[in-house]
Design a protein around this ligand. Structure first.
Ligand code: SAH
Length: 369
């Protein structure tokens, strides 16, 4: 069949979007539920096989719509069980998606953008520049493909128990595509994950945190990396726009009332930069003001970086101080190192990179309107 007009990709819609789509076709909105079940429960992408839709509707959908998934370009399996996929999109861009199995859970780390515009000085994704936002279908498509590749639901056991938006990109700078994808992760007709099992990680986009709270119930992680503004600005330039005090207020508001949970703070430990015992003590003071958990991440080096990882003693000392101060702190084990799947090592394939400095100004201006 020739594609005269571009077909609508139904992976780009959450339940509300699908209902609206069927209404514009003059169809009953409950068609949305039928499609969701086929796509996400039965992994069916062929309208012809969706027997409860009726022949006429199936034919209509074949003409105007499609269920178009991204493509797995490469799969790598680490000796520790971590799996990394390079996932390619129309136009030649690609991102990386990582599955991290642990004894009691399996976490899927999903990307939200091709590259990243934020230019955090210790992250290799930032060093590659920014190409574009992923569509909702390209985000939920990563989950769909990983679930298929892993045999997600086999023998009544789910391989993926948690999803974290901690891959490439800043999810809150791609808000309008990320939220419907989160809604498909949460929806029982989609992947059906509980709110506490879907986490959005942000470098600290304050207006985005506030909007997220109003939009959907998911867990929040914030990449903090320092309790001191000067140091944090060197690591996360976005801190100049949204300094620590403002960020903490947004976090406190996030967990109040509706979202009665804790915020997870990520803290990448970099030798001689943010791993001093005094930083640990300042961190205790700061995080006492927010219901929180602290996730300490040993810095993962990548080619060309000026930073190195804190020594094991220094990491232990840091953890002891914050725990003595009453914080709940874990040190994240580095996983999938042999396949470059660790935090900050995801690269993908970034085409059409734009000058980061210009992009970031543009995007921040847009989001802080
Ligand atoms: N932009 C979002 C989502 C990316 S999450 C955010 O900043 O939260 C990626 C996580 O890995 C972040 O906590 C980031 O700070 C951390 N990270 C990035 N580079 C790293 C590196 N080289 N070593 C260890 N952690 C790193």
């Amino acid at each position: 069949m020739s594609d005269i007009t571009e077909r609508v990709n139904l992976l780009d819609f959450d339940e509300a979007g699908l209902r609206a789509f069927f209404e514009t076709l003059g169809e009953k909105p409950f068609r949305a539920q039928q499609i969701l079940k086929w796509v996400y429960h039965h992994a069916e992408t062929d309208f012809g096989a969706m027997t409860d839709l009726g022949v006429a509707l199936r034919e209509k959908l074949n003409r105007i719509a499609e269920i178009k998934l991204p493509e797995i370009i490469r799969e790598q399996r680490s000796s520790d069980g971590t799996v990394k996929w390079l996932i390619g999109f129309h136009g030649g861009n690609a991102v990386e998606t990582v599955y991290i199995p642990e004894p009691k859970r399996g976490t899927l780390c999903v990307s939200s953008q091709v590259g990243c515009a934020l230019n955090c000085s210790f992250c290799s994704t930032g060093a590659q520049g920014f190409a574009r936002n992923l569509s909702t279908g390209e985000i939920i498509g990563q989950v769909w493909l990983a679930a298929q590749a892993l045999g997600h639901e086999r023998n009544g056991r789910r391989r993926i128990t948690n999803i974290v938006m901690m891959g490439m990109g800043e999810p809150l700078l791609n808000f309008d595509n990320v939220v419907p994808a989160l809604s498909l992760m949460r929806n029982d007709l989609g992947f059906g994950f509980a709110a506490k099992r879907v986490t959005v990680s942000t470098a600290g986009l304050v207006p985005g945190i506030r909007r997220l709270r109003e939009s959907i119930d998911v867990a929040l992680a914030v990449s903090l990396h320092s309790p001191v503004d000067d140091v944090r600005t060197d690591l996360v330039p976005l801190n100049r726009k949204y300094p620590i005090a403002e960020l903490m207020q947004a976090c406190r508001d996030y967990v109040s009332e509706k979202h009665k949970r804790t915020v997870t703070f990520e803290y990448t430990l970099i030798d001689g930069v943010n791993d001093h015992p005094d930083h640990a003590r300042k961190l205790v003071k700061l995080l006492r003001t927010v219901p929180s958990k602290l996730n300490l991440i040993p810095f993962n080096p990548f080619p060309g970086t000026r930073y190195s990882c804190s020594s094991a003693e220094r990491i232990t000392r840091f953890q002891e101080i914050v725990m003595a101060g009453g914080l709940i702190a874990t040190v994240r084990k580095t996983r999938g190192e042999d396949i470059d799947a660790a935090c900050g090592q995801l690269v993908g394939k970034v085409l059409d990179r734009t000058k980061r400095s210009e992009r970031i100004k543009l995007q921040i201006a847009e989001t802080s309107a």
